[in-house]
Design a protein around this ligand. Structure first.
Ligand code: NAI
Ligand SMILES: O=C(O)C1=NCCCC1
Length: 158
């Protein structure tokens, strides 16, 4: 038995980055990360290594955790007061929260934005609202897996 935290952090961010490589808008200037935990950091590391963003934003429910997240980084990252502020105009959005209810609403999102929806990995957890799930073009690695595990897919009925 081994502790898989480090591997999970890296490989989850790597899969999100592959999705962004293939599906992000041609012009992707603004990256937004929702959440400030372990996955937020691994996604920040991988995304800023692979892509060039003009602006990186982060939002987390507890502002002090956001400040701590940003303090560890060498490049400037904007700490946002609300999810709405954070995602407004963003081209690439990473959701890596432990939310169980939707925090991200379709009406706030720029048309064509790419969302790597990572956090809601249990059948009764949500990050994205129903409208967003219905309006989005949804890509998954496994249909069976998504329909068994992804609360955003199962509960939105897409
Ligand atoms: N799809 C996948 O393959 C994987 C999914 N995950 C999931 O991604 C999420 C993040 O994982 P880690 O960064 O390791 O966790 P973490 O515990 O290090 O960070 C969790 C973050 O979510 C925030 N958060 C917690 N509850 C929230 C709520 N109700 N509303 C908004 N924000 C909330 C926390 O403030 C923190 O910023 C977890 O839900 C985890 O289960 C983790 C690994 C792989
Ligand atoms: O696939 C994984 O690995 C994980 N998925 C959801 C929860 C944490 C680990």
């Amino acid at each position: 038995m081994m502790d898989g935290e480090a591997i999970t952090a890296i490989r989850t961010a790597a899969v999100s980055a592959i999705s962004a490589k293939l599906l992000r808008p041609l012009v992707s200037d603004v990256l937004c990360i929702l959440g400030s935990g372990q996955q937020a950091r691994s996604h920040y590391d991988v995304f800023t290594k692979i892509f060039k963003f003009k602006e990186v934003r982060v939002w987390s429910r507890r502002r002090e955790m956001c400040e701590r997240f940003v303090a560890d980084l060498e490049e400037p990252v904007v700490v946002c007061r609300s999810v709405r502020d954070a995602v407004s105009g963003a081209d690439v959005i990473v959701t890596v929260t432990g939310a169980t209810e939707p925090i991200l609403r379709a009406e706030w999102i720029k048309s064509g934005a790419h969302i790597a929806a990572v956090g809601a990995c249990r059948p009764d957890w949500r990050e994205l609202d129903d409208v967003l799930m219905r309006e989005a073009l949804v890509y998954v690695d496994s249909r069976d897996g998504a329909h068994a595990e992804s609360g955003d897919i199962i509960l939105s009925g897409v």
